[in-house]
Each structure stands twice: as C-alpha cells, then as structure tokens.
Write a protein that binds this ligand. Structure first.
Ligand SMILES: Nc1ncnc2c1ncn2[C@@H]1O[C@H](COP(=O)(O)OP(=O)(O)OP(=O)(O)O)[C@@H](O)[C@H]1O
Length: 312
C-alpha cells in the first residue's frame, strides 16, 4: 500500500515544472498548488501548455525538471492504487457506440471494484451516478445515439465512476451549444459540491473559467501570466484601461493600469504625432485577450499580473 503524504490543503503541488518536446521547451518554471475540494481552471490560448501540464499531473508525460506532487505521490511513479483515485474526463467517448449507457458504466465501474475502501466504496452505483449526471432517462440507449450534450455527460460519468478524489477535465465543453454548455457548468459545480472532489479543468474560455473555478491560472507560451480567483482577476485586470491611438499612421492599443499617467507621457513624448486618442475601461474578456497578446509578443517576460494573496 502506498503511503500518502498530502497535507489537508494541497492535493496538487507543482514547483518549477519544466517540460520539453524534443528540443522545444513548452512549460517554463510553472508553479502552483491546488487545495482539496478546489476547482482550478487552466486558461490560455491554443498551444499555451494546458494539456501538457495536466498530462504531467496525470502521469502520462515526463517532466524535464521541477517537483510535482499529486495526491501525495510523484505522478511519474504513481501506481494503480494512485491512478484509481484520479478521474480523467476525455474528449467525447467514441468507442463502444453500440453499448448501452448503463452497460458501459457498469463495465467501467467494475475496473474500480478492487480499489474500494471502507471510507470510499468503489465504484459509484450506476443508478446513482446516472441520476447525478442527469442520464437516468438514457440508461438503456446505445452510446452512439446520444446527443452531443448527453455524450458529454456520459464522458463525465465515465470519469467519475471510480469516485475519484481528483478529476481532470480537458476542454470539456468544446462543441457544446450555449444551453448544453450552461447545463454542463451546473453539472460540474454540482459534482464538485456533492463529491467533494478536487477538479482541474482546462479551457480557452474566460467565461467558463469564471463560472466554474475558484482559482484561475492563465498560461501563455508555457508560463503563468496571471493567477488568482475570478474576483481577484476581475479587480486586478479590469483595473486596466485600454488606450488606443494613431501615431505615424499606425494604430496602437495598450492595456495600462494608469491611463492618465500613460497618456500624459505619450503626449509629452510626441504631442503633435498622436491622434484619435481613445481611452476606455476594458472588460475582463478584452483585458484577458490583451494580456495574452502582450505575453505572446513579449515571448518571455511574465506580466505585471502576479496577484497577491491568490488562494491556494
Ligand atoms: N506530442 C508533441 N510533440 C511535440 N510538440 C508538442 C506535442 N504536443 C504538444 N506539443 C506542443 O507543445 C505546446 C503546448 O501544447 P499543449 O497541447 O499543452 O497546449 P494547450 O494549451 O493544451 O493547447 P490547446 O488549447 O490547443 O489544446 C504547443 O506548442 C504544441 O505544439
């Protein structure tokens, strides 16, 4: 039996994580912790390193450097017992199209029976799980005949059938319509509440991260450029104003914390060359996009958004 050293606070501890594919670094010095029962969103544009990060945490990818601890274990050395405590919700379940929903869940669940412990009986009883994810009415339907939203609920059920302590959801709402997406958010919140599991979700969508997570990490180019609760992000990032102007025939846009000082300096340097000056308070989404653009342009330097007192 594996000994577990996780303290009551952090289910995931990552310090100085680096990862490379071949000779290209895709994660640079990534550090964060996730407390038990928390919902963490990894937010960032395509290629930011979200999937690479969670694949290291899941034990599917080897890191190049850094310390990683998941449920008290280094994922590179996690055994079956450790794996049984982790649920992974993959992009839509395409296999077993002819299996019925109940049948597939019963089969998947049977794989966890050996890992049942008195405090956590495994697997989750199929009928209870079907009710929890809202698929009771589809229990006898073949998997191939479910709608996109129902299929995604089944993906979640498959990820949860072993009653995991920690659940990873990789871009779970891709391809869902707005209503199905909203329903899915409700489902994840409910599961987090009822199961008490720690949840890590990756997404491109700021709105999704805001709805679901009590902690958001923004990754760009393999680096964390912002880290905090959605309130902290809103307070800190929305505090930026967007300044637009034309100078030497070129359009410029900058997100700045103090637009008065910025504009004063801009005009001091080139009063006659600046025209069409426009200042507005950016929305959280606009500022997120500006931060991403600036981080991508800067290539390396972390931005000024390290948030104080981010909950861990
Ligand atoms: N198997 C691989 N071999 C080489 N490079 C890879 C491999 N998988 C990912 N990468 C590169 O690693 C970087 C991070 O990719 P990753 O999939 O972690 O990003 P992501 O944030 O999950 O992106 P997306 O939102 O597009 O899924 C990208 O530049 C990608 O091209």
């Amino acid at each position: 039996m594996m000994t577990t050293t996780t303290n009551e606070r952090d289910v995931i501890e990552v310090e100085g994580l680096r990862m490379r594919y071949g000779s290209t670094d895709v994660l640079h010095d990534v550090s964060f912790g996730v407390r038990r029962g928390g919902v963490l969103a990894l937010l960032g544009p395509n290629g930011a390193g979200k999937t690479s990060t969670i694949e290291v945490l899941e034990g599917f990818r080897m890191r190049s450097a850094g310390r990683v601890d998941v449920l008290g274990v280094d994922p590179a050395r996690g055994d079956e017992q450790w794996r049984a405590r982790i649920g992974i919700v993959l992009q839509s379940w395409r296999d077993h199209a002819k299996w019925r929903v109940r049948e597939l869940l019963a089969y998947q669940g049977s794989l966890y029976a050996a890992y049942s412990v008195p405090s956590i009986p495994r697997p989750w009883m199929v009928d209870d799980l079907l009710a929890a994810v809202g698929l009771t009415g589809q229990a006898e339907r073949p998997v191939g005949k479910l709608s996109g939203g129902q299929r995604r609920r089944l993906d979640v059920a498959i990820g949860l059938v072993g009653r995991p302590d920690l659940v990873f959801l990789d871009e779970p709402t891709t391809g869902l319509d707005p209503k199905a997406r909203r329903d899915f958010h409700g489902l994840v919140r409910q599961i987090s509440h009822e199961l008490g599991a720690t949840i890590v979700i990756t997404t491109h969508d700021l709105d999704e991260a805001e709805h679901l997570a009590d902690r958001i990490l923004i990754l760009v180019g393999g680096r964390i450029i912002a880290d905090g609760t959605s309130e902290q992000l809103a307070r800190q990032i929305v505090g930026h104003d967007e300044v637009r102007w034309v100078q030497d025939g070129a359009h410029h846009t900058r997100s700045v914390a103090d637009s008065t000082a910025f504009v004063r300096e801009l005009l001091r340097r080139d009063e006659s060359g600046v025209s069409e000056l426009d200042i507005r308070r950016a929305s959280l989404e606009e500022t997120y996009l500006t931060l991403v653009r600036e981080a991508e342009l800067a290539g390396t330097a972390p931005l000024e958004t390290e948030l104080e007192g981010a909950s861990r």
